[in-house]
Ligand binder design. Structure first.
Ligand SMILES: [Zn+2]
Length: 92
């Protein structure tokens, strides 16, 4: 009952949108190529990655906070059109 130890066998990442931690499998990895945010759907793209929940709300939050340029250590602004195509858009 006591001493619930946190075993980090499955790596957790922080969503750059809502700032909640999730298992990596539940998050979309994003890398930057040129001046574009690209979804790393297969987990094979090299370079620094940012993680976001594949939800329109989290993507919007991340964009509004300019979280991608910060997380990816690049000068913004970044094109996030490809992410929107994967994640979807928030209803107007
Ligand atoms: Zn999130």
């Amino acid at each position: 009952m006591s001493g619930r130890t946190h075993v980090s066998a499955c790596p957790e990442r922080t969503c750059v949108g809502c700032r909640e931690r999730s298992a990596r499998e539940g998050l979309l990895r994003v890398v930057v190529i040129g001046d574009r945010c690209v979804p790393d759907l297969r987990g094979t793209l090299p370079g620094r990655g940012a993680y976001v929940h594949p939800r329109p709300a989290c993507l919007e939050l991340a964009v509004r906070r300019r979280a991608f340029p910060r997380a990816l250590r690049v000068q913004g602004p970044l094109d996030t059109e490809q992410l929107r195509q994967v994640v979807g858009r928030t209803a107007p």
